[in-house]
Design a protein. Structure first.
Length: 58
């Protein structure tokens, strides 16, 4: 394998590695956001367990 081929492959691998790190950070943030959203919904349900439109005997 020529040096230029090796260099090209190393650059591609470095680029892929950087992209994977970026995706990992983004999906990690998405997972945290989804977890927080779920916890907020749970807290809202606990605070007001009656479904909307059915409160106070409606």
């Amino acid at each position: 394998m020529e040096a230029s081929e090796e260099h090209s492959i190393m650059m591609m691998l470095r680029h892929l590695s950087e992209n994977l790190e970026e995706f990992d950070m983004k999906f990690g943030r998405l997972a945290v956001n989804a977890q927080v959203t779920g916890e907020c919904k749970l807290l809202m349900i606990r605070a007001n367990p009656a479904p909307l439109g059915l409160q106070n005997g409606d």
